[in-house]
Design a protein around this ligand. Structure first.
Ligand SMILES: [Zn+2]
Length: 218
């Protein structure tokens, strides 16, 4: 198993573990529920930080691999190799990396917060609070329920397709409107992917609220 796969495996374990721990919040004992919720909220931060560190390591490792191969190909002697490697290391040490802006981290965070397409379809998570730690079912522009949620792959936030498209149609300098979003990248149509799992969840939620879901998607 190479390093990259190992990191992926640890990431997966972190996510699965987080999801498992969250299921204890469905306990019928109220005080136990509260304790679990508090515990999970606290540990979630640490899990995300761990994921951030791992993704950073993996990215660096990949860069090192590529660089070593390149240096090896370009070097005709061991001395040359050493000199080139030293030079690479120097620039590498000066490089700073914002892991939080990598799409891999956005994906990790999204899965951790239970919004991924791999999340349990039958889990009971209709209570989705509108805060940045929990995947919101509401569109940041209209504040209404999203009927066609799309995920911004640059930061992991969701918007209703119609409202984000309307917002960026005539304005190419729209940033993610979610409060606290770290992404400084302007929203572009090719950054948006639909989230079928979240869509399903919202539609189920709407149906449970007694509303008829008007699906003008097809
Ligand atoms: Zn965002």
């Amino acid at each position: 198993m190479n390093f990259s796969n190992e990191v992926d495996s640890v990431k997966k374990t972190l996510i699965e573990n987080a999801h498992l721990m969250r299921t204890f919040e469905n306990s019928s004992k109220e005080e136990f529920r509260d304790i679990m919720k508090k515990f999970n909220d606290e540990i979630e931060k640490e899990r995300l930080e761990m994921g951030e560190a791992l993704i950073g390591l993996k990215t660096r490792q990949k860069r090192l691999d590529t660089a070593l191969r390149k240096i090896n190909n370009e070097s005709h002697s061991l001395e040359e190799f050493e000199a080139k490697y030293k030079e690479f290391q120097k620039t590498e040490d000066e490089k700073s990396m914002t892991v939080k802006l990598l799409s891999e981290f956005a994906d990790f965070k999204q899965e951790m917060l239970n919004c991924s397409s791999t999340s349990n379809a039958d889990d009971d998570t209709e209570i989705v609070e509108d805060d940045t730690n929990v995947c919101s079912m509401y569109d940041p522009w209209t504040k209404g329920l999203m009927l066609n949620p799309v995920r911004n792959t640059k930061c992991g936030h969701h918007y209703d397709r119609d409202s984000v498209m309307a917002a960026i149609k005539d304005n190419l300098s729209v940033k993610c409107p979610i409060v606290g979003c770290v992404s400084k990248i302007f929203v572009q149509p090719n950054h948006l992917v639909s989230n079928e799992a979240l869509k399903k969840r919202i539609h189920t939620y709407k149906a449970q609220q007694g509303d008829e879901v008007t699906n003008d998607d097809n």
